[in-house]
Write a protein that binds this ligand. Structure first.
Ligand code: GLN
Length: 273
């Protein structure tokens, strides 16, 4: 099969997603469509999609959307495709936000808006700010907020997080899934990631930790003393990120593993007392 031969992981499942897209149904509904014949247009759409997927264009770019925490989000080449690991960060953030009356929340490097939108959806009284350096990403994040009926609840900021916090607020919760891949590892990533996720969203500098330095140094002081910073980290980065948190006066409260049991989320408090 062409997808398998091209090195696409889970080729059969990919084919099912693409066929469901062509037929305009959900993947579980495909069984009901068995035996139906494709129209000429559907047939040529199918051929085109399979060819593109064989060229390692991400499935989510071909389908145009991805499910994240039960929400449908549009994705394109300007944003990182939201990953299941980041859903774990969203869940931790939502748990914390729900315990607060009217939390003020900041998502740094929002990309598709996945974290800001998932948190706003779960925290009806939360005020959510979302920041990104990319105009195109912010445009898409706004589309996603709109599609999920949350555009009134999120304020978007175009800013370079490395230049300090542009928002005059004290936050209860700061979340971020920053670029964390060491520059020299980018060439080893899957072709879908390496060639189609924006490099801006992947490249964490020489040791992968550049953005954590900025996040912890510049943004931890913007947290209320009872606030939390929750960061997604790359494989094996929890010791260094924890050291940075401690170095800049904070405290590591917990480390949450992802579904593959890799330490993935660092939860910190600015208050080390
Ligand atoms: N999770 C992405 C990957 O492993 C990287 C995203 C990031 O750098 N934040 O490909």
């Amino acid at each position: 099969m062409i997808l398998e031969d091209s090195g696409v992981e889970s080729a059969a499942v990919n084919a099912q997603w693409l066929m469901a897209h062509v037929l305009g149904c959900n993947r579980p509904e495909l069984g009901l469509k068995q035996g139906s014949t494709l129209t000429v247009e559907q047939h040529s759409q199918w051929n085109q999609l399979v060819t593109q997927r064989a060229q390692r264009i991400p499935l989510q770019h071909l389908i145009g959307s991805v499910e994240f925490c039960g929400l449908e989000l549009v994705v394109n080449k300007h944003v990182l495709v939201p990953r299941p690991e980041t859903e774990i960060l969203a869940e931790e953030a939502c748990k914390f936000a729900k315990m607060r009356e009217s939390p003020v929340i900041l998502d740094i490097g929002t990309g598709s808006g996945c974290l800001a939108i998932a948190i706003a959806a779960q925290s009806p009284k939360g005020a959510v700010h979302a920041l990104d350096i990319s105009k195109e990403a912010l445009k898409l994040a706004q589309v996603n907020a709109n599609r999920n009926g949350l555009s009134e609840r999120i304020i978007f900021h175009e800013a370079d997080m490395r230049e300090g916090c542009p928002i005059e607020e004290a936050f209860d919760l700061i979340v971020s899934n920053p670029p964390y891949i060491p520059t020299c590892d980018i060439d080893t990533l899957q072709e879908e990631v390496r060639e189609h996720d924006p490099r801006l969203a992947l490249d964490g500098g020489q040791d992968g930790l550049d953005y954590y330095r900025f996040l912890i140094l510049n943004y931890m002081p913007h947290l209320n003393s009872q606030g939390r910073m929750m960061l997604e980290v790359g494989d094996g980065q929890t010791p260094e990120v924890s050291d940075l948190i401690i170095k800049y006066g904070g405290r590591v409260l917990s480390i949450v593993p992802d579904l593959n049991n890799v330490e993935r989320i660092v939860v910190a408090s600015p208050d080390n007392s």
